[in-house]
Write a protein that binds this ligand. Structure first.
Ligand code: SAH
Length: 345
């Protein structure tokens, strides 16, 4: 059965005010069933129900962190599992969505990478995470105003579905999110970054997971990164910045004794010279068996100071949801049989 959420809002069934009503039920009221759409005639509801699925997930479990973040674990129709994270802040509500089950990028410090690749999510399965989390939190989907593509998976390797999902969430008739509040995070794929800038200029923010300024270190922690040199990544970042006018964010997970030396901070500052950018230092979130440790506060501060002294815009991003397994790179289905579930076995 076709998932309704896989459709672009312009392609929704029904027309005129019936279409508006349907879109409102889905994206404003966030209902999970056609039967709840009380102002649609029973016959129309029955037809929709015969042709379309509305909610692609079963909610398995939520994990609540003491900082208010909530990790949602879902089962997909083919029994695979994946996760989304809700992060309430004082001034905004943010959702972190997955674009894949598992991930092929295999970053050495990332727990999702250790799961391997399951499959791509469809656009509707990406958008569905917003609706399901809103339902779980008793909110309208439109209350979730900030979105980051930073969950499981590499969005630029599931390009078409990610772009369609972004178009749906920006569309006025759907979620009506502001492009300034949507961030796509990528492991750093120059072709995809260029395509995003030149062919699908959605105006959304771009974050690049650089994590090291030198090839040797980067290839050690991002083994699939050898296909794209740091210089190519930087060139595509410059192009994205020039075409979109947006400041590019660079993510940098601080791994103790691996990428946190002063010389690496100096090299990073050199790479960023002349680029309107921002560096996010993220204390690495340790997980059992990763083989990496987070840098100490002093090491982070020293690294920060070097960047700041060289005029780099830099901040430290404290991950939320660490105690609920919901922090950056911790999404790894902390469940018995997780790897099999990711693989749909
Ligand atoms: N594939 C995309 C988006 C998902 S990962 C990407 O690579 O950007 C989101 C961010 O979390 C990335 O910057 C990733 O490198 C980071 N991350 C992964 N594991 C982490 C960990 N254990 N600690 C801190 N950050 C981590």
């Amino acid at each position: 059965m076709q998932l309704l959420l896989d459709l672009h809002p312009d392609a929704y069934p029904l027309s005129g005010y019936r279409r508006k009503q349907l879109l409102e039920w889905v994206f404003v009221h966030g209902v999970g069933e056609f039967s709840a759409m009380s102002n649609l005639p029973a016959g129309v509801r029955a037809e929709l129900e015969a042709e379309y699925a509305l909610n692609p997930f079963k909610l398995v479990e939520t994990f609540r962190s003491t900082d208010g973040s909530v990790k949602y674990l879902f089962t997909l129709p083919d029994n695979r599992q994946m996760e989304a994270v809700y992060m309430p802040y004082l001034d905004r509500k943010t959702i972190c969505v997955s674009t894949m089950v598992g991930c092929p990028a295999k970053c050495a410090f990332c727990a999702t990478g250790a799961l391997g690749f399951g499959r791509n999510l469809t656009a509707g399965e990406v958008v569905g995470q917003i609706l399901a989390v809103a339902r779980g939190e008793g909110l309208s989907p439109r209350d979730l105003r900030n979105l980051v593509f930073m969950g499981m998976g590499e969005p630029l390797l599931n390009y078409d579905a990610t772009i369609l999902a972004a178009r749906i969430l920006l569309h006025q008739d759907a979620l009506g999110m502001s492009k300034r509040r949507v961030t796509l995070s990528t492991v750093g794929l120059p072709k995809g970054i260029r395509k995003l800038a030149l062919e699908d200029d959605l105006g959304i923010k771009l974050a690049i997971s650089l994590h090291a300024p030198d090839e040797e270190t980067r290839q050690r922690i991002i083994p699939t990164g050898h296909a794209n040199s740091i210089l190519e990544i930087m060139a595509s970042a410059r192009e994205y910045q020039q075409v979109t006018g947006r400041r590019v964010t660079f993510e940098y997970a601080m791994l103790r004794g691996v990428n946190d030396s002063v010389w690496q901070a100096e090299l990073l500052a050199d790479l960023l010279r002349g680029l309107v950018s921002h560096v996010n230092l993220i204390p690495m979130n340790p997980w059992e068996g990763s083989g990496f440790e987070e840098s100490t506060e002093q090491e982070m501060q020293a690294f920060y100071n070097v960047l700041e002294a060289r005029g780099v815009e830099v901040s430290v991003r404290r991950s939320r949801g660490r105690d609920a397994g919901a922090a950056c790179g911790q999404l790894a289905l902390k469940q018995p049989g997780a790897v099999q579930a990711a693989a749909g076995a």
